[in-house]
Design a protein around this ligand. Sequence first.
Ligand SMILES: [Zn+2]
Length: 643
Amino acid sequence: MKKKILVSVDAGETRVAVLEAKGSARAGRGGKKNDDGAADQPKGRSGGRGGGNDNWRVGELYVERRGSRSIVGNIYKGVVDNVLPGMEAAFVDIGLERNGFLHVDEIVTPDGKAVPKRGRGQGRRIDELIKRGQEIVVQVVKDPLKTKGARLSMQLSIAGRYLVYMPQGGGIGVSRRLPDGERSQMRKNLEKLHAASKEEGGYIVRTAAQGAGKEDFEREIAYLHKLHEVLERRSKDADAPSLIFQEADLPIRVLRDVLGSEFDGAEIDDQKQFERVTSFFQRTAPELVDSVEMHSHAEHLFERHGAEEAFRSTLSRRVDLPSGGYLIIDYAEALTVIDINTGSFTGKGKGRLEDTITKVNVEAADEVVRQLRLRDIGGIIVIDFIDMARAKNRDQVLKTLRKALDEDRTKTYVVEVSPLGLVEMTRQNVTDGVREILTTRCPTCDGEGVVRSAETVAIEALRKLRDVATDRADKQAHLIRVNPKVARELMRHDSGLLELEEETGKIFLFEGGDALPIDTFEVAESGDQDEIERRALPFQIDDEVLLTIDEPHMYNPGDAVARVDALVITVTGAAPLVGERKLVRIEEIGRSSGLASLVDGIPEGSGDQDSAEGLESGTRRRGRRGGRRRSRAGSGSNSGQES
Ligand SMILES: [Zn+2]
């Protein structure tokens, strides 16, 4: 596997895409860069991603918005604001909106040693370790949430490319994801260098150190000690609370996790970011500096490599598979559910069905893992593959899934198959996920995913109208504010409104625009019929108004309609003017419909039975008034616009 990193910077956000392809990297250590000039390759819609002939595809996406940057890794000089022995914790002012939270297990005493983990009834009490008002140096281990402050630790760690340095720690740890053969050698190398450096502290060898040699460690140790020196100086000089060390920004964090042997170059579209990345590599992996390029092509970096498309795809519920099958990804409160569907792909003949299903499931297994990574979905994930009759086929699908998961090496998984054949797994996510950052809860349904239909709201409204009639028995007419879709439902001849009016002797009129939430119901005014009608109807007879001609009239060829909220106004002879804004004179007006004529007169060639619009609506004309007879305005008829 080789990887190419794209970094795109906009005013409001920084985005990073990790492209992946099979094969070995050209920019790996010692290897001279083979300049095949990705930027000169013509771009094919499908094959051209990443340039060259390799089959690059987007594996991971990250986005960081201005103002919502993660502060994990940042080190602050803070002031203890409050010590709570009952919670075995302290709150520390680090200069942010909310105090950080420091648990007793994360406290390091002045002799530089971490406090041993407390067993039941053992260990020291937190109020013996730190005092209110004390200045301490802390690192953020978890970002603040809406109501909670950041989680802090006094056990500091500084990450480089190959190593993590822990100034107050001791010993040497090696990532278990490194190959067994390399691990003991690395430990030996590091122990020697550590002893030679005569510095305090401990180290962890990161997974990204795969392939790194002694000189790489030597250079990195020097770099980390230098960072630590700066940190120490600042923690002495700075006033508390203040930030004294800022964790690297997103592009560097992604880049330092890519193995040297996999790294196949980076392309960056921002000069400042380019300089930051090259300077990081100069200090940590100088052999990689040459493979970082400034994007110079006219086409946007992300568009050019298919990353823009991948970005958009993370927001859709449905993901199509090459065979015609597809995934549906649903986010529930506590888990993510992925359903596999065959779609149009059904294969031919009996017996083929099982093969078809297996093929879709195998494709799906790969795509599921790709989507988990792209979207950085964490927590419990349930996958509902299509049922397969044969155990052999089920095994094949599971094997494909496990193999794909193996390549997602930074994460840990547990995969199990439930008695109902659902594949259940967990995944650790590190980021907020592109989807969380890019989207907000739908304001219309408030996350429910459905809203009550206009019909449902209209039926409820009718019940409320009965109450209004009773509660305001002294008034003759009522103006009700509802969404126009609901008003239209209420004015259908079978809605029950006419019966209610007859029964109660009241008149109901409606007002309100499309911007009103669908479930709006308010009594705007009550009074005499004349008064309310004047108030309810947006126009009076003989008014001249500008209206947008919305669509041809369904039944009257040559005429067109203009909608004003729930009101449908038939404009005589306006069929050729659909889409235009025209001055019309109101001739009749009622609560659901009206009639108007064009002030400038009917345009040439319209109004004939054989006009295009006439033919269009002619098929629907049967059973209603035909020809050019005007429909009467008023409550008795509407203009045939009910759905
Ligand atoms: Zn919604």
